[in-house]
Design a binder for this molecule. Structure first.
Ligand code: DX5
Ligand code: ZN
Length: 221
């Protein structure tokens, strides 16, 4: 039976001295995918990780690796990330002047393709490409850091995108990313989000990773 929703813990808040163990704990707690945030210090102010870490995750888990590219010129690095083990590559509309070609290139590499956008970007900007994606990542914080507060003003965009997808690409999934915790997750689910990214709510939960994931699951039907 198809699960009605998926959890994609973001390793950005994991303890990197114990990354393999933290991934295993999240897997045992019921993670479905792992979200890996790639930041270049240009498109976003922070620098995080590269294909090397994706490759290390691939050796640790068989779950799909959901790679969020917050980098300029993502088209230059697509093959590196697919070779490192990415199962989904999500690119920002703000960094892809030829989005149709970039999405095609991701698919040609045998990878699922996602599109995303900053909270200030209008849905109309991504609309021309919604037919060509496997997922749409709705950012509910400004990209760059974990542990930021959820931006409730993006919630209507989830329903807006779901309505468009239902017409033209009903199999595409909506993922939500940023500030997802036990207080914010339900409103995103109610508007049509199906994949939930969370870094701090899972990896920084005071009672541990298992309880962190459980606290999110408890808020969903
Ligand atoms: C933010 C990243 C998010 C981040 C989420 O730029 O895209 O994936 O890791 O962190 P939390 O869940 O702590 O908001
Ligand atoms: Zn992310």
């Amino acid at each position: 039976m198809k699960k009605p929703y998926l959890f994609s813990p973001s390793i950005l808040s994991a303890d990197f001295t114990q990354l393999g163990d933290q991934i295993k704990q999240a897997e045992e707690a019921g993670a479905d995918w792992f979200h890996i945030d790639i930041m270049d210090g240009h498109f976003v102010p922070n620098i995080s990780m590269g294909p090397f870490i994706v490759e290390a995750c691939k050796r640790t888990t068989d779950l799909p690796l959901d790679v969020h590219l917050m980098i300029e010129k993502p088209e230059v690095y697509l093959e590196d990330f697919v070779n490192a083990g990415a199962g989904v590559l999500t690119v920002h509309i703000e960094t892809c002047p030829e989005m149709d070609i970039t999405l095609q290139n991701i698919h040609n590499l045998g990878c699922k393709a996602g599109i995303t956008f900053k909270p200030a970007t209008e849905v109309n900007k991504i609309k021309p490409y919604l037919n060509d994606v496997d997922l749409v990542l709705v950012m509910s914080v400004n990209p760059g850091f974990s542990g930021q507060s959820f931006m409730p003003e993006v919630v209507p965009k989830i329903r807006q995108i779901r309505n468009i997808l239902d017409e033209i690409n009903p199999d595409a999934l909506i993922e939500v990313d940023g500030g997802i915790n036990s207080k914010t997750i339900r409103q995103t689910f109610d508007q049509g989000a199906e994949i939930f990214v969370a870094a701090s709510a899972i990896f920084n939960h005071p009672l541990g990773i298992q309880k962190g994931l459980q606290s999110l699951r408890d808020m969903l039907p």
